[in-house]
Unconditional design. Structure first.
Ligand code: C2E
Ligand code: CA
Ligand code: CA
Length: 685
């Protein structure tokens, strides 16, 4: 996956949910803080109001005490107040007491904002309900509830409008004396308070609930939206199923998880061959419908955990588990059969490239070991394998192996170097002589290419010609070879050597050009070589193209004085029919005629009949790939005109072929070198 897409995907996964969660957190934090503040304010207000009025009463008693005339009178007056109280000094010496219960000695300060002063509060010894700590006041909720239930429960309390009194003690200073008056005070809660607190609590609960519902609704909404977007992100435009990016993410997870060698995985590259043709003949829409059907078929034929996705154009990627190779091969054969008839109306052709996913690439140390996953590389290998089938018109499966990479690299090298090699004349011409089997005399030769690369060494045509044929460079090569052969012939004529016609291969691709005959004529003329010394070999496969154009080209070539031959006759395509229309001069029997065992006598019958046929059509014959004496004898007896084969000679470098021309017969190495010496003595070189 490209870095850009991966970033986009991560962003998509994070963005929405992340921001909603952050917003939710911030909003709920603010809301809770607001509620806490409200509750605090409310409690503060209520508590303060109640405590303040009680403090006022005790403070009033202290004032009364301060203005006393006699101790007995003031105690009588204070007792008459009806409040439990006591007067004590700072050492807790009690001077007077009214009532039973006393406060606890642990007092605390509460600042009353109404009077801007600190007031000393103490717990009631019997009911320790009010606690104070560093100026804040709190209920002992547990004690409060126990106490409430003792008094008959909240319900009853509310019904009767009764008051709930929580006792505590307030101290007020008596001025002028080192004494304080401690009055028992009550924190009163009536039914109205409880209803009010309940109403406030309920309102808060409803608000919290409402807010939670809104937030949850938004979260669920954004998760849904995110799912939808993720689905869109992972949806293939053509098939509407999953796309390659999805497969990469899922596949990497899957492959990373595999634990032992039992889990074999394989990557497939499945391609609909000639998809573009199908679209041309029908429509793009119909083509895409077939691709959708292919995708669905793949999903159907795969296990639930296996993955597949449309990759590009007409190719699909599949990552699947398999047990062993035998079973896998069978599965793939069955799959191909199903794919061919994926559409009820048409029959299709599919190619499958297979790359077994390596299971042993692990890095790190235990317990942090993990498998290396290279999805793209595996898919690329499967594609590389599949590409090797590109010339095949029927469905096929091919497994990737390292040799393919080497081949691929070589193709790259050739393509990169072809122009330069041509410019530097690194392509050299070898000549394979042709001999008359009845006289053993030299009667022709074929010009064959070799690449003498300073960097990659000596390379035969099998390693370069198929590449040139595929990339179209072959037409350049053909022109080059015609030029070189014509130049050499001209040189040999000028040197007075006894020249024989040299044939040059003209590939099928060249026939697409409608002025081929003129091109060849001009090339030969540019080198000033006689036309009759150049023969043009057309491969059998060229006869499948535009017949009329081909016939015209052959006629023109013959008009210009060139010899025209059909190469590789009998190499696989039935070309008997083409012989009927083509005014050819020479028929070259393919080397295949002389290979293999065959049934007793049958091969000979075919060869002799082919020779007869050529004779009747007034064509001369060349037998290629002849290696043994018996074949030569047989061909001579059957009237074959020429033999081009290792029996007489392999393709020779120019200098060696010159020796052959001088002798006029086939020579071995020693003979060739003797002639070379002789010639250099006579010419002084
Ligand atoms: P081709 O045109 O059929 O050339 C004959 C091939 O058969 C040559 O292989 C030759 O070396 C080989 N051969 C001849 N006699 C024998 C024999 O007795 N035994 C065996 N085993 N092989 C024999 P080469 O030179 O490797 O060329 C291979 C093919 O490459 C040619 O087949 C031709 O199709 C192509 N090619 C070579 N040079 C050119 C060229 O300049 N242009 C084009 N278009 N194709 C070329
Ligand atoms: Ca040839
Ligand atoms: Ca041939």
């Amino acid at each position: 996956m490209s870095d850009r897409k991966e970033k986009g995907y991560r962003k998509l996964r994070r963005s929405k949910l992340g921001s909603v969660l952050v917003i939710y957190l911030i909003v709920s934090l603010c809301f809770n803080a607001f509620l806490a503040f409200l509750a605090h304010m409310f409690l503060q207000y209520v508590l303060e109001a109640r405590i303040y009025s009680e403090y006022q009463a005790v403070s009033y008693m202290a004032r009364m005490y301060e203005h006393k005339d006699s101790v007995e009178d003031i105690y009588a007056l204070l007792d008459a107040e009806g409040r439990d109280y006591f007067i004590a000094d700072r050492d807790w010496r009690i001077y007077h007491q009214s009532g039973k219960e006393l406060s606890s000695g642990m007092g605390g300060q509460l600042r009353l904002s109404r009077i801007g002063q600190n007031v000393s509060l103490y717990e009631d010894k019997a009911l320790r309900l009010l606690r104070h700590k560093n100026g804040t006041l709190s209920f002992d909720l547990k004690g409060f509830l126990t106490w409430v239930s003792q008094t008959g429960g909240l319900q009853r309390l509310a019904d009767k409008g009764a008051t709930l009194d929580i006792p505590f003690w307030i101290a007020a200073n008596i001025s002028g004396e080192n004494k304080r008056i401690f009055g028992k005070a009550y924190f009163s809660i009536d039914a109205g308070d409880i209803v009010f607190a309940g109403a406030v609590g309920l309102t808060i609960a409803v608000m919290v609930l409402g807010l939670s519902v809104i937030i949850i609704y938004h979260i669920v909404g954004s998760i849904r939206q995110q799912r939808k977007m993720t689905n869109l992100f992972f949806m293939d435009d053509v098939t509407g199923e999953r796309n390659w990016m999805w497969m990469q993410i899922k596949g990497e997870k899957l492959l990373r998880k595999r634990k032992n060698a039992k889990n074999h995985y394989v990557m497939l590259s499945v391609s609909f061959v000639k998809y573009r043709n199908f679209c041309m003949c029908h429509s793009i829409k119909e083509g895409e419908d077939v691709l959708t059907k292919v995708n669905r078929l793949l999903i159907k034929r795969l296990d639930k955990k296996d993955l597949c996705a449309h990759h590009s154009s007409a190719s699909f990627a599949v990552l699947m588990k398999y047990k062993d190779e035998e079973e896998l091969k069978k599965f793939l054969d069955d799959l191909l059969k199903d794919l061919e008839i994926v559409d009820a109306v048409h029959k299709f052709c599919f190619h499958i490239g297979v790359s077994l996913v390596s299971n042993d690439k692990e890095v790190g140390r235990w317990p942090f070991k993990y498998k290396i996953v290279e999805m793209e590389k595996d898919y690329n290998s499967a594609c590389t394998a599949r590409d090797t089938l590109s010339d095949m018109d029927h469905s096929a499966v091919v497994f990737f192996d390292e040799k393919l990479i080497e081949e691929q690299r070589w193709i790259e090298i050739v393509q990169e170097n072809q122009q330069n090699a041509l410019a530097q004349e690194e392509f050299v011409v070898f000549y394979q002589p042709k001999f008359d089997p009845r006289t053993d005399r030299l009667c022709g030769a074929e010009a064959l290419i070799r690449w003498e690369s300073p960097e990659y060494g000596f390379k035969g045509p099998d390693t370069i010609i198929p590449i040139f044929e595929r990339n179209g460079f072959i037409t350049e090569i053909d022109r080059y070879m015609i030029r070189r052969a014509a130049r050499d012939q001209k040189e040999w004529v000028d040197r007075g050597l006894k020249c024989v016609p040299v044939s040059v291969n003209v590939s099928r691709a060249h026939f697409a050009e409608n002025n081929l005959a003129e091109q060849i004529r001009d090339l030969v003329d540019a080198e000033k070589a006689p036309h009759e010394l150049i023969e043009i070999e057309l491969t059998e496969s060229a006869f499948f193209d535009d017949k009329t154009a081909l016939v015209n080209t052959i006629k023109k070539l013959k008009e210009y004085g060139f010899v025209v031959s059909m190469d590789d006759f009998g190499s696989g395509y039935s070309s008997l029919n083409s012989l009927k229309d083509m005014p050819l001069d020479v028929l070259k029997l393919d080397a295949e005629f002389f290979r293999g065992e065959g049934e007793e006598g049958r091969g000979e019958i075919v060869i002799s009949e082919a020779l007869q046929l050529a004779k009747k059509l007034h064509m001369r014959t060349v037998a290629e790939g002849v290696e043994v004496q018996e074949q030569v004898d047989f061909l001579a007896a059957k009237g074959c005109d020429m033999i081009q084969g290792y029996y007489y000679s392999k393709p020779l470098p120019k200098a060696d072929y010159e020796q052959c021309m001088v002798a006029g017969v086939a020579l071995n190495k020693k003979q060739r070198s003797n002639i070379k010496k002789m010639m250099s003595r006579s010419t002084g070189h």
